[in-house]
Write a protein that binds this ligand. Structure first.
Ligand code: ACM
Length: 625
């Protein structure tokens, strides 16, 4: 994925006598330096050939070629095909947050491999935030000590990542977020602070609303020096300076800043109330002029938008379609990330249906550069990062690469996503291995319960959106991500398939809700009988798993927080079993049973350990609720 949709498939296969990549005839037809990513891949009885205008196009074609290859007992084969393919958007990014948790170079590299496989072409490397500043700075070395772990990339490591990305046709855009998200800067250099106070390395996840002081000349001298150093390190023409989530509380609380705002007419209509938007706009314009002096084009989040911001500044929308529309209406190139936040734990289908052109008038569509999937790192350390990105990021990749009309078929997307997930595993991504290892570690005190724990984890998902912040568990930068919630998939395949089978079975059922059916029960079709049998087997497995987990919860006290989910699983399974028995015998669903089922299912939806059962919605549909 994105498996090319502009493909023509012919019956038959070409079998490779040698390594298929070596046997692929490749040709570049255009000038050096071209950024055209189109390619033409053909597999015929004469072999496989790939032509592209640019070397970049060859790389995209090779990514597709890997996807049409099938391993055979001896060697490889590729289906005959004739594929002319090109991207819909030229900017197809993944935001990797290495600021909240430092991510070692190996993690970045294997995620770059994943990006290349799905034709993502921009790594947006979020390198500084409240919790840390992650690039070696020779001018401001204290920045690198202002995190609890003291971890950062050396300049040599940055160059290593840049070279690795370039070799895969991936640009790297660094982000140094300011004026807010800068606690680490202020810890290192207190003179940057808006509010004079004692600052220590920030160990929590919530937004601080700490902001550097935009009224002092020395702040811009600092930013200019930092830009001198960082723009020289990162060769991409674009440079991200953040700009998000500053509520202005520190500015409003500081008399000298308020005086500055009044003197500069940065006030609301009443003429006196300070307007933080106007001060932030002033800041963004000054930072833009510095970025520009260093030969780069500035990118910032939604909040930098305002009158007078030069029109070539790129705005990245994280707050929604309305912000995206405002951006293009005000003349800026735009990137969409709203709808692509992987850390919210939505389904691949949710991301797949978000479109960068949604809400953008036709006449302004050329201003949309593309979009970026974003994986913010509060709840993803280097151990679990891959499994929070993949395979769902591939759904965003396809949305950004393929024609809009070709990205409507969600079931087919899931079919291909499974194949891509296999491919990613083969490339060394750890999105499947790591959760499996975590579960083994959890079951170590009573290994016989491992299969049951796997069964439970497969139908559990972390709570959605930002709810993990608000369920009574205190997370800090030191928290280990080794609990069941961390091994649980962001989207449960088992739950999705269960739901699909339920829907298919229910769609084929006559509606039987009255106490005394007026029609004789219809016999089930063979297909429905098969589905019913599959569901029965599934719910039985859940019941057994729930029972088998009891001794593990006794001997592994840390796992005890998840005992409620195991109990809820048994409850849901029992209800499903009752309903399936009714369906098998053609009995109507009784209102009294439904009332009780509803109560139980409501209770079964309750999260435990910041995780929740992903099968409850499907169970409701099965129960006719
Ligand atoms: C953001 O999510 N605050 C850009």
């Amino acid at each position: 994925m994105p498996l090319p949709v502009q493909a023509e498939w012919q019956p038959g296969y070409y079998r490779f006598a040698t390594a298929p990549l070596g046997a692929l005839r490749r040709q570049v037809t255009g000038p050096a330096g071209s950024t055209d990513e189109s390619y033409h891949l053909r597999v015929t009885a004469a072999g496989a050939s790939l032509t592209a205008v640019s070397a970049l196009g060859l790389q995209r074609g090779i990514a597709t070629f890997r996807q049409v290859l099938e391993r055979q007992p001896r060697g490889w084969r590729a289906q005959y095909c004739d594929i002319r393919d090109w991207p819909r958007f030229k900017w197809r990014g993944l935001l990797i947050d290495a600021a909240r948790h430092f991510l070692p170079v190996a993690v970045i590299k294997r995620n770059l491999d994943g990006m290349a496989a799905v034709k993502l072409n921009v790594l947006h490397w979020h390198l500084s935030d409240d919790q840390g500043f992650r690039v070696e700075s020779r001018l401001f070395p204290r920045l690198n000590q202002a995190s609890t772990d003291g971890l950062f990339y050396t300049r040599a490591q940055v160059r290593e990542v840049l070279a690795y990305a370039a070799a895969r046709g991936i640009r790297v855009v660094p982000e140094f977020d300011m004026p807010s998200h800068t606690t680490s800067w202020i810890v290192a250099y207190p003179r940057l602070a808006s509010v004079d106070s004692a600052y220590a390395p920030y160990t929590l996840w919530r937004t601080t609303n700490v902001a550097i002081d935009p009224t002092r000349r020395s702040t811009y001298a600092f930013v200019d020096s930092l830009l001198t150093e960082m723009t020289a390190l990162f060769p991409d023409p674009y440079f991200h300076t953040g700009g998000d989530e500053n509520d202005g509380r520190q500015w409003r609380r500081t008399p000298r800043i308020v005086a500055f705002m009044r003197a500069h007419k940065q006030v609301k209509a009443d003429g006196v109330t300070p307007d933080k938007h106007l001060l932030q706009l002033y800041f963004s314009q000054k930072v833009d002029s510095l970025v520009r002096r260093h030969g780069k084009i500035m990118i910032g989040w939604d909040e930098i938008l305002g009158p007078g911001l030069p029109h070539d500044v790129v705005v990245q929308s994280w707050r929604g379609a309305k912000a995206m529309a405002q951006t293009v209406q005000q003349g800026h190139p735009a990137l969409l990330s709203a709808g692509y936040y992987l850390d919210l734990n939505y389904s691949a289908a949710t991301y797949y249906t978000a479109d960068p052109h949604a809400g953008v008038p036709d006449s302004l569509r050329t201003r949309v550069l593309g979009g970026e999937a974003a994986m913010w790192g509060e709840y993803a350390d280097s151990v679990v990062y891959d499994s929070r990105v993949w395979p769902r990021a591939a759904a965003v990749a396809e949305r950004l690469w393929s024609p809009a009309a070709a990205t409507q078929d969600v079931p087919d997307m899931y079919r291909r996503l499974a194949a891509v997930s296999d491919e990613l595993e083969g490339l060394g991504l750890r999105h499947r291995r790591t959760p499996a290892i975590l579960l083994r570690q959890m079951a170590a005190p009573y290994p016989a319960a491992l299969p049951a724990l796997q069964t439970l984890a497969a139908v559990v998902e972390p709570v959605k959106e930002y709810k993990r912040n608000f369920q009574g568990f205190k997370y800090t930068t030191e928290t280990l991500y080794n609990r069941l919630v961390d091994a649980a998939p962001a989207e449960s395949d088992v739950a999705r398939r269960f739901g699909a089978t339920v829907d298919s079975l229910m769609a084929a059922q006559p509606v039987l809700t009255s106490l005394v059916p007026t029609v004789a029960p219809m016999p089930l079709t063979p297909v429905a009988r098969g589905q019913l049998a599959r569901l029965q087997k599934q719910v039985q497995q859940w019941q057994q798993a729930s029972a088998a987990l009891t001794p593990l919860f006794v001997v592994a006290p840390n796992l005890g927080e998840y005992a409620p989910l195991a109990t809820q699983l048994a409850t849901v399974a029992t209800l499903c079993q009752q309903r399936l028995a009714q369906l098998a015998s053609g009995q109507p669903v009784l209102p009294a049973w439904q009332t009780e089922a509803k109560l139980q299912l409501d209770a079964a939806q309750k999260p435990a350990g910041q995780a929740e059962l992903a099968i409850v919605k499907a169970a409701r549909r099965l129960a006719g609720l």
